[in-house]
Write a protein that binds this ligand. Sequence first.
Ligand SMILES: C[S@@+](CC[C@H](N)C(=O)[O-])C[C@H]1O[C@@H](n2cnc3c(N)ncnc32)[C@H](O)[C@@H]1O
Length: 323
Amino acid sequence: MRYRFHNYHPPAEDLLGEVLSGLACQPKRLSPKFFYDRRGSQLFEAITRLPEYYPTRTEIGILREQGGRIAEHLGHETVLIELGSGSPDKIRVLLDSLRPAVYMPVDISGEHLRDSSSHIARDYPDLQIEAVCADYSNGLQLPEMPADTARAAFFPGSSIGNFEPAVAIDLLRNVGHELGPGGAMLIGVDLKKDFHKLDAAYNDNQQITEAFNLNLLTRINREADANFDINHFDHLAFYNEDEGRIEMHLVSTCDQEVRVDGRRFHFTSGETIHTENSYKYNVNEFHDLASEAGYKAENVWIDNDELFSVHCLRVDSLAGNAD
Ligand SMILES: C[S@@+](CC[C@H](N)C(=O)[O-])C[C@H]1O[C@@H](n2cnc3c(N)ncnc32)[C@H](O)[C@@H]1O
């Protein structure tokens, strides 16, 4: 069997528990991992095609241009683990040059993962595919892999920027434990840049990012027995220069009370739910973070407009705890 689907999706109670504790915080917050139900994944794909959203096409351009050199770093015949795979567009650019023995896409969005990995299975019938539906932020649970096959990770889309730097270090360290000493990681990281460009990328004219942000409330209504009125929340996204991150929020447009699984949460007019951070790193900042996580930086490629970086890292020291 060349294609298998492993379902380690977190149970529904995890979403309810995290939503209840996030809304009890001051300020209120929700994890961005909950954006990605089927509709959220479709909306994210639509975002990647927006004229304002430069990261996806820029990263794909770098992968296309540097495929041969990337393969020299990552090697062939590996178990290639793609974290937060989403759409198959990026891995398609790499598969011909990397020629892995096993392709292991990992994503929390189960139906979307099934669709995208089955498209890859159809187009690469000789490739062994082990698709894993799991939450990679909660310890990395992966199926058994052949012990004698080198491992490599591909972590695209600047998803690492969704984590507070200290949490990002822990996450990269955990992945390093899966890769083992000498394991390679290819990781896409959005660069610091003029804040107008950043603000525009998260406030598109077609308001797809707004729909993506609000879909989180629709999902919570459906899966956590809640009654958010999405007409009473606005999308807000801005670059926080001091923190070096884009912040996304949902702003309550009035005083209101919302019920979630029988519990009541009060919102004052203007109060926000913080739904996402997207940290931006210059090259040296990211090298420092990777080094803290136990990796050696081997190479970095940047587009001509200096919008996006793709780093090749190597597991150097496995000090520190794995989950
Ligand atoms: C920002 S999108 C990037 C998608 C794609 N890799 C790209 O580069 O365009 C983040 C992807 O990671 C997945 N994801 C988000 N949080 C996750 C988590 N905690 N565990 C596993 N997958 C996650 C989402 O479902 C989504 O497909």
